[in-house]
Design a protein around this ligand. Structure first.
Ligand SMILES: *Cc1c(COP(=O)(O)O)cnc(C)c1O
Length: 359
């Protein structure tokens, strides 16, 4: 197979003649706006992946009839590179992102990317732009793989041509303020049989209107629930959600296919179990959360995701209720955030084998 050959053949590199590195103030890089010097590109046609290459970062010409932008055969991933104390680039659980990318691809009838080739692309791109990995505490290089359909054809059919792009974007320390969420009431993000478990572009497009409405009401994010009873909690924007009770930690299960299975979520479950705490993946309703809040049994609520890592939730709006969380009780979320940061930057031993060192 051509794809297997590609996985062991070198990736062609065209270097930038104009590095932008010197223009970046690493003390202050807002998330998602600055891009490093190079990007990885690879095209799928004739049933195989071809022409893996690294080029200077920049615009990519696109045919106006490209099916990906009309019909949403488009998926992405999000992961981060850090530096360990010795300066070596580290990727956090990239195998998980590659696996999930291919699960998303399958759901959208798009071709899988051979994992070894994907890993090689990540490795070479990040090593080439390694000086773009910020070394300030809390900073990282965000990595965004994207695949979209390229058939130049107006009409609904499974595309035969695709492009994989991998771009990287440094971000300085992110000082998150507690997130304020509002329970979705008239809109649904995902339902059984849908695409909720895929990182597919359309899932996010569909949330823009409810997100704007939530922001107009003073909230940061929507807390998604099931679309039948509007009770079973799913997740928040681009974060999975955890509830800390006195005797256990609960997160909704991903078994229905309505929740994006976060790498941070999985890691947090492992970290909690490693501490000897009880974690359950079980259905939890909005009414149960409100009752536990009223009785004092609910201590903390937090979101998990690559961008924010752990985001503490300060407020949950639900109909006429406003649940305000007391930040003096935020112990577990704070210590998990610190532990995760220490693991991802190689400051503490990697006892789970999560880091891939690129050297
Ligand atoms: C990306 C994402 C997450 C978080 O996944 P991580 O792998 O932890 O970054 C959660 N929910 C949704 C909808 C997402 O898109």
């Amino acid at each position: 197979m051509k794809t297997d050959t590609a996985a062991i053949s070198p990736i062609a590199v065209r270097y930038t003649a104009h590095s932008k590195l010197a223009t970046v103030d690493f003390n202050d890089i807002p998330f998602g706006k600055t891009f490093s010097d190079h990007m990885f590109l690879m095209d799928y046609s004739g049933g195989s992946w071809n022409n893996p290459r690294i080029e200077p970062f920049g615009p990519i010409p696109m045919h106006p009839a490209s099916s990906g932008i009309h019909y949403g055969q488009s998926i992405f991933e999000g992961m981060k590179a850090y530096r360990n104390p010795a300066g070596a680039p580290l990727l956090f659980r990239p195998d998980q992102n590659i696996e999930r990318f291919n699960r998303s691809a399958e759901r959208m009838a798009m071709p899988a990317v051979p994992p070894a080739l994907f890993m090689q692309a990540l490795r070479e791109l990040v090593l080439l732009d390694r000086n773009w990995i910020p070394d300030r505490p809390g900073s990282s290089l965000y990595i965004r793989p994207l695949m979209y359909a390229m058939d130049e054809f107006i009409g609904i059919r499974v595309s035969e041509n695709y492009r994989l792009v991998i771009m990287t974007s440094p971000a300085s320390i992110y000082y998150p303020k507690p997130v304020e969420v509002v329970v979705a009431q008239d809109y649904v993000r995902a339902f059984k049989g849908g695409t909720g478990y895929a990182k597919a572009a359309g899932n996010y497009g569909a949330t823009m209107l409810p997100l704007r409405m939530a922001r107009e009401r003073g909230f940061d994010q929507v807390l998604w629930v099931d679309g039948v009873e509007f009770q079973a909690i799913q997740e928040i924007g681009t974060m999975n959600v955890f509830f800390v009770f006195k005797d256990k930690v609960v997160t909704p299960p991903t078994s229905e296919g309505t929740i994006l299975k976060g790498v941070t979520r999985d890691s947090v479950i492992d970290l909690l179990r490693d501490r000897g705490l009880k974690v359950t993946e079980e259905k939890i309703t909005v009414d149960e959360v409100v009752a536990a809040y009223d009785s004092g049994a609910l201590l903390e609520m937090f979101g998990t995701g690559t961008a924010a890592t752990i985001a503490q939730i300060g407020r949950m709006g639900y109909q006429e209720r406003d649940l305000l969380f007391d930040d003096s009780r935020w112990e577990l979320s704070a210590s998990l955030k610190a532990e995760l940061a220490a693991l991802r930057t190689g400051v503490v031993p990697d006892r789970f084998g999560w880091n891939v060192e690129l050297e």
